[in-house]
Design a protein around this ligand. Structure first.
Ligand SMILES: [Cu+2]
Length: 132
């Protein structure tokens, strides 16, 4: 029984380790910056960009950052409410640069992502920054 438990634990740990994470980003989480031209993310391992979605959007009044991230990920590529330019990237990369529309207005923004991990599981997350 004990060995089965440790096997299960080992499997759970290896599953967790296989999930791709965002390890760094610019603007940094919760940073206040002058209108950036791009958002850059560093991932814990290369992912196939074809199966990943990256979105940047102003957080609508009355919405939390998490709610805004869900809206951003559900929006069509190139939708007017997004401030990132439409992307059709393919290939493997651990460094992702998201180009933004010209001169973001002051306010709070969410960066939302949905990645396909190496093990085939989707991983989504978000970060926020403010433009002064
Ligand atoms: Cu997984």
């Amino acid at each position: 029984m004990k060995s089965i438990l440790s096997l299960v634990t080992a499997l759970l740990l290896s599953t967790a380790l296989a999930h791709t994470e965002v390890t760094a980003m610019t603007p940094a989480e919760n940073a206040t910056v002058h209108a950036p031209k791009t958002v850059a993310l560093t991932l814990s391992e290369p992912v196939n960009l074809r199966f990943c979605t990256f979105r940047v959007m102003a957080i609508p009044t009355g919405k939390t950052a998490e709610q805004a991230s869900v809206l951003a990920l559900a929006a069509k590529n190139g939708a007017a409410l997004l401030v990132n330019l439409p992307a059709r990237s393919t290939g493997m990369a651990a460094q992702v640069t998201i180009p933004l529309k010209a001169t973001l207005a002051p306010g709070q923004y969410v960066v939302a992502w949905k990645l396909l991990s190496d093990d085939g599981h989707p991983v989504s997350g978000f970060s926020t920054f403010s433009v002064k």
